[in-house]
Each structure stands twice: as C-alpha cells, then as structure tokens.
Write a protein that binds this ligand. Sequence first.
Ligand SMILES: CC(C)(COP(=O)(O)OP(=O)(O)OC[C@H]1O[C@@H](n2cnc3c(N)ncnc32)[C@H](O)[C@@H]1OP(=O)(O)O)[C@@H](O)C(=O)NCCC(=O)NCCS
Length: 143
Amino acid sequence: MRRSDVTQVIENERESYSHPWSERIFHDCLRVGYRAWVAEDRAGRVVGHALASIAVGEAHVLNLCVGRAARRRGAASQLLEALMEQVIREGAHVLFLEVRPSNKPARRLYAHYGFERIATRPGYYPAGDGREDALVLARDLAP
Ligand SMILES: CC(C)(COP(=O)(O)OP(=O)(O)OC[C@H]1O[C@@H](n2cnc3c(N)ncnc32)[C@H](O)[C@@H]1OP(=O)(O)O)[C@@H](O)C(=O)NCCC(=O)NCCS
C-alpha cells in the first residue's frame, strides 16, 4: 500500500465496516512502518487491503477488507497469503487476529486458513447496541 492508495482504500473500508478506520489511521500505519498491501483489479482499481504488525516473532493482522463489489473472487485469500509469506520471511512463528463472532464470512475465511480460536475478549468491539466480544484467533506459522 502506498500513500496514494489511501483514497481508494478508504472507500472500501467505509462500505465494509460499521466503525471504519479513518484516512489518518491508514497514513499513521504507513508512517510507523506497519506492513500493508492492496489488491487491485485488472483495471488497477484498489479492491481490498490488508495490514499487519510484526514484533519478536509474533505477527498480528490489523485489518483485512475487500470492497463489496469484489468479494468472493479470492482477493482476501490473496491478501492473506501475501501477508503470511511476508511475516514468515521476517521471522514470525505465529499470526494473531481478532474477529467479531457475528462475522461469518471472515470466520469461514480464517477457518479455511487454519486459524484456531485461543481466547475471547469481552466487549472488545463497538456495536450498534453496545459492545461485541472479539474472538482471538491464532495460526501457527512454523514450517
Ligand atoms: C471477509 C472478507 C475479507 C472476505 O473477502 P473475499 O475477498 O470475499 O474472500 P475470498 O473470496 O478470498 O473468500 C475465501 C473464502 O472465505 C470464505 N468466505 C468469504 N466470504 C464468505 C461469505 N460471504 N460467506 C461464507 N464464506 C465466505 C469462503 O470459505 C471463501 O472460499 P470460497 O469462495 O471458495 O467458498 C470480506 O467479506 C470483507 O471485507 N468483509 C468486511 C470486512 C471484514 O469483515 N473483514 C474481516 C475483519 S476480521
């Protein structure tokens, strides 16, 4: 992800989440050096994005998102595979992420990639009628 991608990234972000990240958060992530990817369609339009952090052998998926019109065509899978390859190259042995229990598409995707539930964070996410728990998932990256 380049700084110039953020204008398109934010459109996909806003139509995908009830509580989307702001443009500023994306710029801050790039500035501090989080790993960040975009998926593009054949016309070069940004259809999805992923961000990760990595430290002392542990990586975290911070965001994974595909715009509505581009879903179910493998873009999230490509982003997640690129992310995993990169963090493995950088020495990560485990990858963590959080997901809403209500987010069936994402839970299916992560199950497909071998993520397992290791914990629950009560009331982690803002939700329309209060707060929603987060499921903490982990995927072993050891060869
Ligand atoms: C979750 C999300 C990233 C999936 O993106 P995508 O590009 O459509 O995913 P893919 O096409 O790579 O799908 C890979 C697999 O995930 C699962 N999956 C994805 N969307 C699904 C859905 N709507 N229902 C059921 N399973 C789904 C399927 O197993 C799918 O494989 P298949 O198409 O061969 O059945 C996308 O729906 C999204 O951006 N949602 C809003 C943001 C979000 O919730 N991000 C995750 C936060 S933790």
